[in-house]
Design a protein around this ligand. Structure first.
Ligand SMILES: [Zn+2]
Ligand SMILES: [Zn+2]
Length: 244
């Protein structure tokens, strides 16, 4: 439904409505980026991160080696790498919050386009064939009316000219919020929560797109479901990687 709305806006809006910055309401940038260069530069871009877990590595004691940084080295991760474009800080956090809770769907276009630009500069882009958004459980999808990860993924996939598989991954059951749970409890909370469609992912190198990865437990469990369904590899792409 929303893709239809966007494509109509694309057709009718281009050339009529100049792009407008979603943060300061100033002029955006052509052809269709609703963000000015000044606000773009103010975003909390994540410059140096662990290429395995995606967490910032600005602290020298956490420095990355070939097997990951001090925080992920001891962990077995089902995904190859997690790439985050930003730190989960203002004003990025407001853009994500506005999209999820205030239906600011224009934010999805900006966020998806920025994520694509960030991924395009990374070696992580190379091998990936298929983009799969993190699903919401049906009850939450009905309540919210849209899946923010899918709305972001539409623009990331379009900008990178990638195939998007909106229904390749499903939530089998509703899970409680991961906030405040200890590591083991988080893993238990999401165990077997996902199922992936073999017909769509088998043999393919997949990127799982999530808006914000906090503990990594949900992304890990979703990655496992993709691998069980035969995905050749899974990378995680997210707007922001927050530490827990
Ligand atoms: Zn601006
Ligand atoms: Zn790491």
């Amino acid at each position: 439904m929303w893709s239809k709305v966007y494509s109509v806006l694309d057709r009718t809006g281009r050339g009529l409505l100049p792009p407008r910055c979603i943060l300061c309401a100033g002029a955006g940038r052509g052809p269709a980026l609703d963000l000015c260069a000044h606000c773009d530069a103010d975003l909390p871009w994540l410059a140096v991160a662990c290429s395995r877990c995606g967490l910032p590595v600005d602290d020298p004691t956490l420095q990355e080696t070939t097997t990951g940084c001090a925080r992920c080295r001891e962990q077995a991760l089902p995904y190859e790498r997690c790439h985050a474009a930003f730190r989960y800080e203002f004003p990025l956090s407001d853009l994500v919050h506005g999209l999820k809770y205030d239906r600011a769907l224009a934010n999805a276009r900006v966020l998806g386009t920025l994520l694509a630009g960030s991924v395009a500069q990374q070696p992580v882009r190379r091998a990936v064939e298929l983009l799969v958004p993190m699903p919401l459980h049906t009850s939450r999808l009905v309540a919210r009316g849209f899946n923010q990860s899918l709305e972001i993924a539409r623009f990331t996939a379009a900008a990178l000219r990638m195939e998007l598989a909106p229904r390749a991954l499903q939530r089998r059951r509703e899970t409680a919020s991961q906030v405040g749970l200890a590591r083991q409890a988080r893993a238990d909370n999401v165990r077997d929560a996902f199922a992936a469609a073999e017909s769509q992912v088998a043999g393919r190198a997949v990127a799982l797109l999530d808006d914000v990865v906090t503990t990594g437990a949900t992304a890990a469990e979703a990655s496992r479901a993709l691998l069980i369904a035969g995905a050749r590899s899974v990378d995680v792409w997210c707007l922001a990687r927050a530490s827990d």
